[in-house]
Design a protein around this ligand. Structure first.
Ligand SMILES: [Zn+2]
Length: 412
C-alpha cells in the first residue's frame, strides 16, 4: 500500500526566508531533532553554495557515522547541469538531490522573459537529473515550481520525462499557496494515476491552508496509487506566511476525521521530541511560538472558562483532541532564578566545567576539556547567544564535525 513520508525543508526553505536565519550549528541541531523524530528526509541546504560546504560535508560525515541515520540528507539545486556539477564538486558524498525549475506559463513569461518553453524546461531538468546520477546520486527528485499555476498536461509531460530520466519523485510546488485542498486532492489523484510516479506536496500558507492542502494533496496521491511525500518546516517557518507546519501535518494525518485510522501517519515517526524541538527552533530562530500554535503553543492545553475547565477536569477528551504527553509535554520545567553560569566566546575553564557538570558530561583530562572549551567559544561566535544544552552536548560528543561546521572560509 502506498505510504506517506515527510521531507522537512526547514534547513532550505525555512532559512532562505527574509529575516529568518540559522547558524550552521543550529541547522545541524535541526537535523539531529528530525532524525530523532524518525523523519524520512531533511532538505539540509544548498550544496552549490560555498558557505554551506563545511556544514553539509560534516553532516554527511555524521550520516556515515550513523549519528544522522536513518534520516536522509538531501540538497536543493536549480535544475541546471552547472548547479549539479558544482554541488558534487563541493559535496562529493551527497547522495540525494531535489532539482527545481519553474513550469508555469506565467513564470516562463515573467521570470524567464519568454526565453524558455515548457520543452526547454524539461530538457534542462532531464540533463540535470542525468548529470546527478552520473556523478553518484542515489535518489533525485524534481520540483515543478509554481505547479499550481501550471496546466495538468504540462505537469504530466514534465513528470513522465522526469521518471524516464530516473527521478524518484516530482515535487508539486504550490509556490504562492494559491491552491485549495479540494482542487488539490483532485489534481494530485489525477497526476499520480496518469504519471505513476511518487509526488511531493510543497504548500505555502498565503491563504492559511498549507496544512490542509498538504494532507488533502497527499491523500489524492495515495488514492492515485503512489507514495506521497509532504514538505514541512518546524513551527511553520518559511517564505512569507510560511510552509506547512511539521507538527500540524502529523497531527492532521493522525487525528483528522477522514484521515484517522487510514494508516496515513508515517509509522516510523514519534512525536515525543516535538515539544523540545519546537522550543529549540524558536530559540534558534529568535521567533516566539504563538500562544495558539498547534500542539506546542502555551494555550494548546489551557482551559479557563467554566464549562471548558469543568469538562477538561472531568475527562480530557471533552476538550482535548490528543494528549500533551504524546508531544513530550507535561513535565515541570526548572528555571534558574538565582546565580546562572553560561558559556560563550569569552568563557574560561571554571565556568565551562560548571556548565558541563550540570549536564553530567565528563572529560577524560584537562587537555580534552580545554579543546572542547575552545570549540564552545567558536560555537558561540557562530550562534551569538547562550548555547543550549543540545548545542553543548553536540560540541562535546562530535568535536571533529563541530570544528568543521564552525569553519566558514570565503572563497578567494
Ligand atoms: Zn517553498
Amino acid at each position: 500500500m502506498p505510504r506517506v513520508y515527510i521531507i522537512d525543508v526547514t534547513n532550505r526553505d525555512g532559512v532562505q526566508t527574509s529575516r529568518i536565519g540559522l547558524s550552521k550549528l543550529g541547522k545541524t541541531i535541526i537535523n539531529m531533532y528530525l532524525n530523532d523524530m524518525g523523519i524520512f528526509q531533511s532538505e539540509f541546504g544548498f550544496p552549490f553554495t560555498h558557505h554551506e560546504t563545511n556544514y553539509l560535508n560534516a553532516n554527511l560525515e555524521l550520516a556515515e557515522m550513523g549519528v544522522l541515520a536513518p534520516l536522509r540528507l538531501e540538497g536543493w539545486c536549480r535544475a541546471l547541469k552547472k548547479d549539479v556539477d558544482l554541488a558534487f564538486k563541493l559535496c562529493p558524498k551527497i547522495k540525494h538531490l531535489n532539482l527545481s525549475i519553474s513550469t508555469s506559463p506565467l513564470m516562463l513569461e515573467l521570470k524567464f522573459k519568454g526565453k524558455m518553453t515548457i520543452d526547454s524546461v524539461i530538457d534542462s531538468m532531464v540533463s540535470a537529473v542525468k548529470a546527478a546520477y552520473r556523478l553518484g546520486a542515489e535518489s533525485v527528485g524534481v520540483n515543478a515550481e509554481d505547479a499550481s499555476r501550471t496546466g495538468i498536461e504540462d505537469l504530466i509531460k514534465f513528470a513522465k520525462a522526469a521518471k524516464k530520466a530516473g527521478a524518484k519523485r516530482v515535487r508539486y510546488c504550490d509556490t504562492l499557496g494559491t491552491d485549495g485542498p479540494l482542487i488539490l486532492y483532485k489534481r494530485m489523484k489525477e497526476l499520480a494515476t496518469k504519471t505513476k510516479i511518487a509526488w511531493e506536496m510543497h504548500c505555502h500558507n498565503d491563504l492559511g491552508m498549507a496544512v490542509a492542502c498538504s494532507v488533502a494533496g497527499a491523500k489524492g496521491v495515495i488514492d492515485g496509487g503512489q507514495d506521497a511525500y509532504i514538505n514541512t518546516t518546524i513551527n511553520g517557518m518559511g517564505e512569507r506566511a510560511g510552509n506547512a507546519d511539521l507538527l500540524s501535518v502529523l497531527l492532521a494525518l493522525k487525528y483528522a476525521s477522514g484521515f484517522k485510522g487510514k494508516k496515513l501517519f508515517p509509522k516510523d515517526i514519534n512525536l515525543d521530541k516535538i515539544w523540545a524541538f519546537a522550543k529549540y527552533a524558536s530559540y534558534a530562530f529568535d521567533i516566539p511560538i504563538p500562544v495558539n500554535q498547534v500542539g506546542v503553543g502555551a494555550n494548546a492545553f489551557a482551559h479557563e472558562s467554566g464549562i471548558h475547565a469543568d469538562g477538561a477536569l472531568k475527562n480530557r477528551r471533552n476538550y482535548e483532541l490528543y494528549d500533551y504527553e504524546e508531544l513530550g509535554r507535561g513535565e515541570q520545567e526548572l528555571v534558574e532564578t538565582g546565580r546562572m553560569i553560561t558559556v560563550g566566546e569569552y568563557s574560561g575553564i571554571k565556568g565551562f566545567r560548571n556548565v558541563y557538570g550540570t549536564l553530567e558530561v565528563e572529560f577524560k583530562n584537562d587537555k580534552e576539556a580545554a579543546k572542547i572549551l575552545e570549540l564552545v567559544r567558536y560555537a558561540n561566535v557562530n550562534t551569538q547567544k547562550p548555547l543550549t544544552k543540545e548545542e553543548l552536548f553536540f560540541v562535546a560528543r562530535y568535536p571533529k564535525q563541530a570544528c568543521k561546521i564552525l569553519t566558514v572560509t570565503p572563497p578567494k
